[in-house]
Write a protein that binds this ligand. Structure first.
Ligand code: 9WN
Length: 441
């Protein structure tokens, strides 16, 4: 367990990392590998900053909303000054899209809707402080309520036109878990066609290429970007022709949880009743959609490949989506026991009992490769948050303490080798520092 000295050092160093990555009104996801604002990173970053400064945390979300498209979509990257990150705005070519925002360069796809969950944490911190912080946060929630609702409505309509209760993603990057084995089957049906040549820039920032997706995977990622450009970022046109269309259970569960929270905050603060009702209906639909995918044999939720109609059976942490959206007590108890048990956090070979991205007992597990097995501190934070919310304080605290023990070296790595505890990917990763601050608060 971290000592009081470790904790004081960690809080100081985490604050320092966020300050160093602060570019005024937004925070870069990491100093060199990701020198722009990423959508779901910004949510985690904001809730971490809120433990130190509520106004600055709200600024982070305010900046993110400047990138919102006319459709309601919040894009996965808001580009800052020119950098060597690839794919860059020239590759995304979002000028072909009618709905792009004016005056901000963005990518043209989404990331998981974590933002309103972050906003509810910020409001919680602000209310604990009271006074000006509380007033500011409450006003912000009311003022931005229509924009968050538009974002959720976009996911619930453009990305679920047939009302299945699953958000459809058009790129693995939209899941936030780029190369997860969740996507191996759908990516096996993505066949890159003619497109401009490209050079990867990410490999220059890691010590060993096996920590990142492969070249073959990158060719598919870039081909899907090409397909989005060819269909002018029109979701219906992409759906008709694009290679990758998958119902994502984690995104759907986050949408349900975030919609519940938006409705709760809106009701407390007197937001538009029709908007509150719409938000509750979105939460219900996606909760039902997620629960419908659970495999009775494993107790895990499964993504749905909408090109083939097949469920994707992979033991990834996304299978715990029901813990996030709630809805069935017996299932939630089963998922809690599974998560803490020997196939997951309680696996005997793990250095720290922290949620791994893929079960170490699964044949798909690769301990060093990105979303194929390493532990991502933000994922652990999400599961701890979900357990806490469903009344499982003891289990939540176990994940929190293990997560803090993992971060005691204060490198705030992007992800960790689960068997040895080695830091992998980028260092000084903003969202890792941010969740450390939240865990310490
Ligand atoms: C592509 C910024 C982002 C995270 C994602 C993570 C990684 C980008 C990349 O970095 O993705 O969006 O270039 O690999 O997979 O979850 O938001 O930290």
């Amino acid at each position: 367990q971290p000592t009081p000295h470790d904790i004081a050092l960690m809080a100081g160093r985490a604050g320092y990392v966020l300050k160093a990555n602060d570019r005024g009104r937004f925070t870069v996801a990491s100093p060199t590998l990701y020198p722009h604002m990423w959508s779901w990173d910004a949510g985690f970053v904001a809730l971490g900053i809120a433990t130190v400064s509520v106004p600055r945390a709200l600024d982070e979300l305010r900046t993110l909303l400047t990138g919102q498209w006319g459709t309601g979509m919040i894009p996965h990257i808001l580009f800052h000054s020119p950098s060597d990150y690839f794919p860059d705005p020239d590759r995304w070519r979002t000028q072909v899209a009618a709905a792009r925002p004016a005056g901000v360069l963005t990518s043209g796809i989404t990331q998981p809707p974590i933002h309103v969950i972050a906003l509810s944490r910020i409001l919680h911190d602000a209310r604990r402080r009271g006074g000006g912080d509380q007033e500011l946060a409450e006003r912000f929630v009311l003022d931005t309520f229509p924009q968050w609702l538009a974002w959720h409505r976009y996911l619930a309509t453009a990305r679920d036109p047939h009302e299945h209760g699953l958000v459809e993603i058009h790129h693995g990057w939209e899941s936030g878990m780029d190369d997860s084995p969740r996507w191996d089957a759908p990516y096996s049906r993505v066949h890159p066609g003619a497109m401009p040549p490209f050079t990867r820039r990410d490999l220059a920032h890691v010590s060993d290429p096996s920590q990142r997706p492969s070249d073959a995977e990158y060719a598919r990622y870039l081909w899907l970007v090409e397909q989005k450009v060819l269909t002018r970022y029109d979701d219906a046109a992409y759906r008709a022709t694009g290679d990758f269309v998958v119902g994502d259970v984690l995104v759907s569960a986050l949408l349900a949880a975030a919609s519940d929270l938006l409705a709760d905050m809106g009701a407390e603060l007197g937001a538009d009743p029709a908007g509150i009702e719409e938000s509750r209906a979105i939460a219900r639909r996606f909760r039902t959609g997620v629960l419908r995918t659970v495999d009775p044999a494993t107790g895990l939720a499964r993504d749905l490949d909408l090109r083939t109609g097949e469920h994707l059976d992979v033991e990834s942490a996304a299978g715990f989506a029901p813990l996030l959206c709630g809805g069935d007590d017996a299932l939630l108890r089963r998922q809690r026991d599974l998560l803490l048990g020997p196939r997951w956090c309680g696996h005997s070979r793990l250095r720290w009992p922290v949620v791994p991205s893929v079960s170490p007992a699964s044949p798909a597990f690769r301990e060093r490769t990105y979303w194929r097995g390493p532990q991502w501190p933000v994922l652990n934070w999400l599961m701890a948050w979900a357990l806490n919310r469903s009344g499982e304080q003891e289990a939540a605290n176990a994940l929190r303490l293990a997560g803090l023990a993992q971060l005691v070296d204060c490198d705030f790595a992007e992800y960790y080798e689960p068997l040895t505890g080695e830091q992998l990917g980028s260092r000084d990763q903003s969202w890792t520092a941010a969740i450390a601050l939240d865990f310490l608060a």
